[in-house]
Design a protein around this ligand. Structure first.
Ligand code: ATP
Ligand code: MG
Length: 487
């Protein structure tokens, strides 16, 4: 172990937010050791802006709770941690950990519980990469380096502590972390890791919970180097584990969306983490739509069913939270709306909560060479920049063109007589009402049903139970699932 002067490593307390210093000071004052560790130290040494700062201490979570009282919450079961609120920030405070006991690892060697407290040396040994295992004591102005990690920083090398095969078996998510840090920091991966990191080994990810994999996938999408990491995910066989139904191919659309995501992050714009899932799953979604259309389903129903199917299958790998699922389906549904909007809905559509995401998606499709957007990406782009008068003119021009196209396409088809003039925009994806609020359908007894059919046929009218009425009712139900114009 070497003790380095923090100033020699380019570190100073001036770079630290008061929140992390407060936490370190309070723990020291209560008589505990406390260090900053992990990505915060690594990023500062590399001259990057750290995402956050993690603290580590010899105080157990219960003792941390005693120090911070109501500002502290203990979280996690597999990996117990203290969350300390300092000002408006949240600092994760971990306790030095010893190697896990045999009884808490799975048959494949995966660590199931990791709450065995230990010394700083033991804590060091169970961290993942050398560059993530430097302990910075800002008040003493020192950095504890147990494995010459500064050299790895200098040589831009990602090195796992211990035997890589064993470390991946203990926690297969470290494979994802390897690619994330290599891409994010632009580091080369140590030969010893490359020797064992085979597509076969990625099978171990099957044992990791879909919740954890979703979280990790979000970190991959939002680290600012998505474009760089995507081919790596394919090369190392991780893609197949995360996105089983998505062809391992960074097509033009995916690549442009990745580049766009990275750019947004670099200029501090927010991104919805579900957006990239909508991009990745776009082709499987369309293929599934086609499958249902070929079976004779109406387009709206095909889209609704295909969306559910594709997301459900993806959720077996990385869970898709409810909010993300709704967002993704709305972005997809917006594609139909934006492609063929009713003229009287155009202005309202441009103010829809999901318009921005739907439009960005459409434009990315168009810019990446998808001509099925029929130039509507650009049309909407221009539309948004127009004055009210210009918008009116653009809409009537669009209307004329649309009517012309329709006449051409459906020359001998008669328009429905009283086509509804809707100006209100309905929700794109209707959430089912909570069970207890759903109205119960009045039960119709078999006898009543027979009577109504008999009465109807006797009077020559069509009763509520006539097959044709059922067909209409099906249509109405569908409109409650997905609204909007069909193709
Ligand atoms: P960033 O926050 O920039 O994504 P980080 O290195 O801080 O990167 P965290 O997930 O915040 O990553 O974890 C903090 C530290 O905890 C890591 O630097 C590492 O020392 C340790 N750590 C996290 N996950 C693992 C893991 N799966 N195995 C071993 N150590 C880990
Ligand atoms: Mg961190």
């Amino acid at each position: 172990m070497q003790t380095l002067r923090a100033s020699k490593c380019g570190l100073s307390t001036a770079q630290l937010p008061s929140s992390i210093l407060d936490v370190i000071d309070a723990l020291n004052k209560a008589g505990y050791e406390a260090y900053i560790v992990g990505g915060g130290v690594r990023d500062l040494m590399l001259g990057h802006a750290p995402k956050d700062f993690d603290a580590v201490t010899n105080a157990t979570p219960a003792q941390v709770k005693e120090v911070f009282g109501r500002r502290c919450r203990i979280i996690g079961r597999r990996f117990e941690l203290a969350h300390v609120y300092s000002g408006r920030e949240l600092i994760e405070v971990a306790t030095f950990r010893a190697p896990p006991k045999k009884a808490v690892t799975s048959a494949a060697g995966m660590i199931l519980r990791d709450n065995n407290w230990g010394t700083i040396e033991q804590d060091f040994a169970r961290r993942d990469f050398s560059i993530n295992a430097m302990y910075y004591q800002p008040r003493k102005g020192i950095v504890l380096d147990f494995c010459n990690a500064v050299d790895d920083i200098k040589h831009k090398t990602l090195r796992l502590l211990g035997d890589p095969q064993l470390r991946f078996e203990e926690d297969p998510v470290r494979m994802l972390r390897t690619l994330r840090f290599a891409a994010k920091l632009n580091f080369s991966i140590d030969e010893k890791i490359l020797d064992v990191f085979t597509p076969e080994l990625t099978q171990l990810l099957r044992d990791v919970s879909p919740h954890r994999l979703y979280d990790e996938s979000q970190k991959l999408f939002t680290m600012g180097h998505l474009k760089r990491v995507l081919p790596m995910l394919i090369d190392f066989g991780i893609w197949h584990q995360l996105f089983a139904d998505i062809k391992p191919d960074v097509n033009a659309f995916i690549e442009l969306a990745a580049k766009n995501t990275d750019q947004r992050i670099s200029i501090g714009k927010t991104i919805n983490p579900a957006f990239f899932y909508a991009v990745l799953l776009w082709i499987p979604f369309q293929e599934r739509c086609q499958f249902y259309l070929n079976k004779g389903m109406v387009p709206a129903e095909a889209r609704a069913q295909a969306g559910l199917d594709v997301l459900k299958r993806q959720a077996t790998r990385t869970i898709i939270p409810r909010f993300a699922e709704t967002f993704i389906r709305e972005v997809w549904e917006m594609q139909t709306r934006l492609l063929n909007p009713k003229p009287q809905q155009i202005e309202a559509l441009s103010g829809h909560a999901r318009f921005r995401a739907g439009f960005d998606f459409l434009l990315l499709r168009e810019k990446s060479g998808d001509d099925s957007t029929q130039g509507m990406g650009l049309w909407w782009d221009e539309y948004q920049q127009m004055s009210t008068d210009e918008k009116e003119r653009a809409i009537s021009q669009y209307n004329r063109q649309r009517a012309k196209n329709r006449r051409k396409a459906t020359q001998d088809e008669v328009e429905p007589k009283n086509a509804q003039q809707q100006t209100e925009i309905e929700p794109l994806v209707n959430e089912p009402e909570p069970r207890n609020r759903r109205q119960r359908k009045p039960k119709v007894s078999a006898h009543e049903r027979t009577v109504s059919v008999v009465a109807a046929s006797a009077s020559g009218e069509i009763g509520a139970d006539h097959p044709i009425m059922k067909r209409r009712r099906v249509k109405r139900d569908l409109s409650q699932v997905i609204f909007g114009p069909t193709q």
